[in-house]
Design a protein around this ligand. Structure first.
Ligand code: B1M
Length: 209
């Protein structure tokens, strides 16, 4: 088994203590951070499928997520890019009722690398908290709302509409997460949508330029 396959297997199995070391070994073998990251994202897909089919339960999903986070911590410094913060401040959070944060954290990592000052307001974020964060931070140019559950799509809508109704200006709102579609993003009044962390950066730069 290659190191990258080992990383994948240990994330799936939720081996929290082993993943960071294996990610480092995979890097030492010459694998790129992107390939290792993709392997871990694939693992979460497998975990999700096993959850859907009743093979795994919430605690196993949680521990796999923790294992992946340990691996991402090792990759984060290697994916750092422009630290000038020249693109302004980005407020990011997962919407109310939703505890999923791996996707948000990956989007955060990429957006920060692109040159934004990143303010992560966490998970289960009520709509008004996005507005408060915009008021509390300087030079906010982007607000990013993540949602992973079909049941929290209404919360995504509420977040975007509350932000838009606040009367605050000078920023764009981008949404994303597995159940979100470009049509839904448009329908709820978001300025942009991205299907993954890589395209979130492209869209973020396009929106604030
Ligand atoms: Co949950 N979960 N989960 N879960 N979980 C999913 C999402 C699910 C698809 C699993 C399944 O059934 N196959 C399913 C949702 C079904 C649906 O709504 N259609 C589900 C469910 C049902 C639930 C619970 C309801 C289970 C229960 O309690 N019965 C519960 C809800 C809790 C809550 O939030 N209130 C729950 C709980 C959990 C854990 C807490 C155990 C854990 C999360 C831990 C954590 O995040 N710290 C968990 C996990 C780990 C998953 C899966 C397995 C993995 C999620 C993940 O991290 N993926 C997931 C199955 C799956 O994804 N296939 C599942 C990897 C990550 C990199 O991808 O988050 O999609 P993702 O992010 C991507 C893109 O979506 C996009 O870019 C990211 C990177 O490319 N993106 C954006 C995300 N945000 C973006 C924002 C943007 C742009 C792009 O702009 C702002």
């Amino acid at each position: 088994m290659s190191k990258i396959e080992e990383v994948k297997a240990k994330v799936e199995a939720g081996k929290t203590k082993l993943v960071a070391g294996l990610v480092q070994e995979a890097l030492d073998e010459g694998n790129s951070p992107n390939d290792i990251l993709q392997a871990m994202v694939d693992s979460m897909g497998v975990v999700g499928d096993k959850f859907s089919s009743g093979e795994l339960f919430v605690p196993e999903m949680l521990i796999a997520a923790k294992a992946m986070s340990k691996g991402v911590d090792v990759l984060k410094p290697l994916m750092a890019g422009d630290s000038s913060n020249s693109l302004g401040t980005c407020i990011i959070g997962t919407v109310e009722g939703d505890l999923h944060d791996i996707g948000k954290n990956l989007v955060s990592m990429m957006i920060e690398s692109a040159g934004f000052n990143l303010v992560d307001i966490g998970v289960d974020v009520p709509a008004q908290k996005f507005v408060d964060a915009i008021k509390e931070n300087n030079n906010v140019t982007l607000v990013a709302c993540s949602g992973l559950l079909t049941t929290t799509m209404p919360a995504l809508k509420e977040a975007v509409q509350t932000i838009k109704a606040s009367g605050l200006e000078g920023f764009k709102v981008i949404v994303g997460g597995a159940p979100v579609t470009p049509e839904f993003a448009e329908e709820i009044g978001a300025d942009g949508y991205a299907p993954d962390a890589g395209s979130a950066v492209v869209k973020a730069k396009e929106l604030v330029k």
